[in-house]
Design a protein around this ligand. Structure first.
Ligand code: PLP
Length: 488
């Protein structure tokens, strides 16, 4: 494809993407395809001869689009949101168009420096302590990672390195492998799967501690677990607190966990992948009370800020810990920047190369302004409360726990099987997409306000669809056979 073709097709594609969003309400949120459908439609072998763009677009329209789940549909209420905005899209294109790879400062100075500026902007907007900002009071700073999973794993690996270094200062003859095998990480039983996986990837025992009745990890629980382990000869190393759990958006008690970690010299990482963006609104900052005790925090800006995946913003209090752990030198990576002043981000992350992600985040902050992002988040939360009111007004349903941020969990009073069946039918009908969670060992349906296109009317529609299915299954005994329940 030459530049002339790119001009033409690029403009057409912009129209396609604008039309996609403008007309997304006409589509069912879930596709109708069956697993394996695409392999049946596409050839087994790659083409030997070049094909033209028209052919590519035809396959995209005929085969790929039918297999898309429409995350920006106003009836997408599953998981958590994934950010989207035209401003972000344009900058994704710009970033790909410039095609720079951030390896070190010189490989594209603006790639490093815009990230520093943007991460400072966002850190300040979230009200993070000064120490987390780049070059403020010390070695803290922010970086954009590819995912919260990577951020949590990075923090685990650095915690491991730091703990072993500390142990070695007491016992220089310490056997590294034995010491590493005795390190323990702690989190709650409500943690995201990525947290448990970080333990597996980083070869560290990860204890999922029992959360309280509201799904929050308490200080006392952590303290007891650490004491038990110490008595058995293990070494507490890493704690992951969640601010906004995936199942119910519960908030661990950072203000209780923090002092315990500080006293034990244990790395405290905060997973605020979804809810952290709400800290841009001062009224929600009380939920991060205790943040001053933490060593690192991750917020997926690409969840709740209208910036497209991937954009996991992570701040660390002391980047020297990362440098000590992951500084691997090569002649071809020698840089002219003074890394006392400019972070050498390659040591802060797993891959060597970096995408120019800050372009889209910086642009979105500029185009929306902090006020625009706050408005977006407050609107989403208000819509969730509106949905909760509708559910509560119907005495066949229970809303539990209390709605948190943009998430409402609900179930049918009649019993778990009915709730499971309800979600199953709704999924098959493809008009509203929600997924399950659990609260106090009870199966609940999670309803999250995800799309920025969602309005009160869309919530009314989704609620009507939910009620239709509730009517069906709760009246099933009257028609005397659940098999008569249609999916249409
Ligand atoms: N942590 C929490 C609380 C989440 O809700 C999620 C995903 O929804 C993750 C971590 C994982 O995020 P990522 O896909 O960026 O690794």
């Amino acid at each position: 494809m030459n530049s002339e073709q790119f001009r033409k097709f690029g403009k057409e594609l912009v129209d396609v993407l604008a039309d996609y969003i403008d007309n997304i309400r006409d589509r069912d949120v879930l596709p109708t395809v069956e697993p394996g459908y695409l392999s049946e439609m596409l050839p087994d072998e790659a083409p030997e001869e070049p094909e033209d763009w028209k052919d590519v677009m035809k396959v995209i329209n005929d085969a790929i689009m039918p297999g898309i789940t429409h995350w920006q549909s106003p009836h997408f209420h599953a998981f958590f949101p994934t950010g989207h905005s035209f401003a972000s899209l344009l900058c994704s294109m710009l970033s790909d168009g410039l095609a720079v790879l951030g390896l070190n400062w010189l490989s594209s100075p603006a790639c490093t420096e815009l990230e520093i500026v943007t991460m400072n902007w966002l850190g300040k907007l979230f009200g993070l302590p000064e120490e987390f900002l780049n070059r403020s009071l010390g070695p803290g700073g922010g970086i954009i990672q590819g995912s919260a999973s990577e951020a949590t794993l990075m923090a685990l690996l650095v915690a491991k390195d730091k703990t072993i270094r500390i142990l070695k200062t007491h016992d220089p003859n310490l056997d590294n492998d034995t010491a590493k095998s005795k390190l323990v990480a702690y989190t709650s039983d409500q943690c995201n799967s990525s947290v448990e996986k970080a333990g597996l990837l980083g070869s560290m025992k990860m204890r999922l501690l029992q959360s309280d009745v509201n799904g929050c990890l308490r200080g006392e629980t952590l303290k007891n677990a650490m004491n038990e382990d110490k008595a058995l000869g293990f070494t507490p190393c890493y704690v992951i607190a969640t601010l906004g759990t995936t199942a119910t958006c519960a908030f661990d008690f950072l203000s209780e966990l923090g002092p315990i970690c500080k006293e034990a010299n244990v790395w405290l990482h905060v997973d605020a992948a979804y809810a952290g963006s709400a800290f841009i609104c001062p009224e929600y900052r009380y939920l991060m009370k205790g943040i001053e005790f933490t060593d690192s925090i991750v917020v997926n800006a690409n969840k709740w800020i209208p910036v497209n995946f991937d954009c996991s913003t992570m701040w660390v209090r002391n980047s020297c810990d990362l440098m000590r752990a992951f500084d691997v030198q090569r002649a071809y990576l020698n840089d002219i920047a003074d890394h006392q002043k400019i972070p050498d981000y390659r040591h802060w992350q797993i891959p060597l190369g970096r995408r120019f992600r800050s372009l889209k985040l910086w642009t979105v902050i500029k185009i929306y302004g902090a006020a625009g992002i706050r408005k977006h988040i407050r609107t989403q939360i208000a819509l969730a409360l509106y949905f909760a009111e509708l559910v509560r007004a119907d005495d066949r349903f229970v809303v539990e726990p209390e709605p948190s941020m943009g998430l409402v969990c609900f179930r049918l009073k009649e019993g778990e099987n009915f709730t499971i069946q309800m979600l199953d039918i709704l999924t098959k009908r493809k008009k509203v997409f929600m997924v399950a969670g659990s609260f106090k060992n009870k199966y609940v349906i999670r309803f999250v306000i995800c799309s920025s296109l969602t309005t009160h009317e869309n919530i009314d529609y989704s609620w009507r669809k939910i009620k239709e299915v509730a009517d069906l299954i709760l009246n099933a005994d009257k028609i005397n056979s659940s098999t008569k329940i249609g999916i249409h």
